[in-house]
Ligand binder design. Structure first.
Ligand code: PMP
Length: 284
């Protein structure tokens, strides 16, 4: 039986009942995280827990305990016996009659679940197509908010145009993908949007920047335009579940020579090494 956690209880996932006053349900009033496990080991769990706490703080959700989050994630992993997959955890502001203002005295409601998934080997190997559109989201994109309607619309735009991801821009400056961070490589230098309020500072983004630093790949956290991107040698996007995915075609035009670039390949291999190291720690 698949076990999830909701509002203080471990429950049968298929029969779980959501409280009608849960503000996640009415308003998307909450924050969330997705955490990857490889061979039973959490990848960058501390970073995800820290970001969840920061997101909660940004939207003034009070009373969340970091240790409780960690404990629930471990418990969900163990109870479901899944070794390769992704955990989802969301925290809503609480349960109360529908009213926009924060309710008095409500406690945050935690939901967590897990599902097994494989690494996206094929797309990481061959690369994907992307399309671009205007980024019309709010100005707190650094918060991992449950409100994902704009991101959902942007992703659907990709689906309807035979692409895997939509790369968004504000006044021409590339911000991020609908559920990923975007990088380009030009003349051997890696570029990505700075971690300000216009993007989610992805945990995978930070891992890639760390790997670039450790391996002497020059990088700049600097905005670049859609036009710059159209002249890039390489483009890729990153996320917890998509890892480092090369983009070989944008808006119907080839990126570089249309094959996966050397810097992208190097970063993918460094990232793979991290995962191998994580797995081997368990076995020793
Ligand atoms: N940007 C957005 C808008 C996202 O939804 C995500 C994935 N949740 C990311 C970037 C990538 O973040 P991470 O590497 O932490 O998964």
């Amino acid at each position: 039986m698949r076990i999830s956690y909701y509002n203080g209880e471990y429950v049968n996932h298929d029969e779980m009942k959501v409280k009608s006053g849960d503000r996640a349900f009415y308003f998307g009033d909450g924050v969330y995280e997705v955490v990857r496990i490889y061979d039973g080991r959490f990848f960058t769990l501390d970073e995800h827990a820290d970001r969840l706490m920061r997101s909660a703080e940004e939207v003034m959700i009070k009373g969340l305990e970091r240790e409780e989050i960690i404990e629930i994630l471990h418990e969900i992993k163990e109870r479901n016996g899944i070794t390769d997959g992704a955990l989802y955890i969301q925290v809503s502001r609480g349960i109360a009659p529908r009213d926009h203002g924060f309710p008095d005295g409500s406690k945050p409601v935690i939901y967590a679940s897990i599902r097994s998934s494989k690494r996206p080997e094929q797309q990481m190997e061959s690369g994907v197509r992307a399309v671009t559109t205007e980024d019309y989201r709010w100005l707190k994109c650094h918060v991992k908010s449950l409100n994902l309607l704009a991101n959902v619309m942007e992703k659907q735009h990709a689906v309807e145009n035979g692409a895997k991801e939509t790369i968004m821009h504000r006044d021409g400056v590339v911000t991020e993908g609908s559920s990923t961070n975007v990088f380009m490589v030009k003349n051997g230098i890696l570029f990505t949007h700075p971690a300000d309020n216009l993007i989610l500072n992805g945990i995978t983004r930070l891992e890639v920047l760390k790997l670039a630093e450790e391996n002497d790949i020059p990088f700049r956290e600097e905005g670049f335009t859609v036009s710059d991107m159209s002249e890039a040698d390489e483009v890729f996007y990153t996320s917890t579940t998509q890892e480092i995915t090369p983009v070989i075609n944008i808006d119907g035009r080839k990126v570089g020579d249309g094959s996966v670039g050397g810097t992208t390949r190097r970063l993918q291999s460094f990232f793979n090494k991290k995962i191998t190291e994580l797995i081997s720690v368990k076995q020793s």
